[in-house]
Design a protein around this ligand. Structure first.
Ligand code: 13P
Length: 231
């Protein structure tokens, strides 16, 4: 089981240090891999506070070039230099608001893996796509740019379930995860309004290997409750 907290654009360095110190001192189940994904400016304090622990620090994005004239971007080798363990790529908010495409997602994933970062690649359909019966085609298209790799994890995050309180039913998650696993032999996380109250039902699905948690990962107690959830 892997539980990753995507902080999105929350928690600057001042908030990150005490949060990560508290996480460091918390009782975490040994069979659960725990990851936090702070904003870029908070990566250094997170790496520092969690040094020597099993908790992984991931970025939320990384560029495909090693360096260059790409204002506002950060490369995989820079993240490695900082002690960051991995990165998210292709989150639907990047696709929706920042022009991320399947092609750029593929390039970012490839570069991150080549640099030795673990990658959680995010895919998922919009509500309109699901209603139009296009879920499978969309997921297959988004998966087509991802390589088979031991350091790759896929997060299935239906866009309509993100930040809306509308979780996919465990059966919907299971069905999408089965499709993903028929294409790539990788662990698959579910994301979209995961909370301590619904985590057990989701984790009870055989193809759900963990969760990518947004809002509920910002509060230590609810994040810990999800990490400690048994199906
Ligand atoms: P919420 O858990 O806030 O719905 O966010 C999910 C998400 O986008 C995680 O990457």
């Amino acid at each position: 089981m892997l539980i990753a907290g995507n902080w999105k654009m929350f928690k600057g360095p001042d908030e990150t240090a005490p949060f990560c110190h508290a996480l460091r001192n918390a009782d975490l189940p040994e069979d659960v891999d725990v990851v936090v994904c702070p904003p870029f400016v908070s990566l250094a304090p997170a790496v520092q506070a969690l040094a020597g622990t099993e908790v992984g620090v991931f970025a939320q994005n990384c560029h495909w070039a090693d360096e260059g004239a790409f204002t506002g971007e950060v490369s995989a080798s820079m993240l490695k230099e900082l002690g960051v363990y991995g990165t998210l790529v292709g989150h639907s908010e990047r696709r929706q608001y920042f022009g991320e495409t399947d092609k750029t997602v593929g390039r970012r994933v490839e570069a991150a893996l080549a640099a030795g970062l673990d990658v959680i690649a995010c895919i998922g359909e919009t509500e309109a796509e699901r209603e139009a019966g296009e879920t499978e085609a969309v997921l297959r298209r988004q998966l087509a740019v991802l390589p088979q790799d031991d350091d790759l994890v896929v997060a299935y995050e239906p866009v309509w379930a993100i930040g809306t309180g509308k979780t996919a039913t465990p059966e919907m998650a299971q069905e999408a995860h089965a499709l993903i696993k028929s294409v790539l032999d990788v662990p698959v996380l579910y994301g979209g309004s995961v909370k301590p109250e619904n985590a057990a039902d989701l984790f009870a699905q055989g193809h759900v290997d963990g969760a990518l948690v947004g809002g509920a990962s910002l509060d230590l107690e609810s994040f810990l409750a999800i990490c400690r959830t048994r199906s």
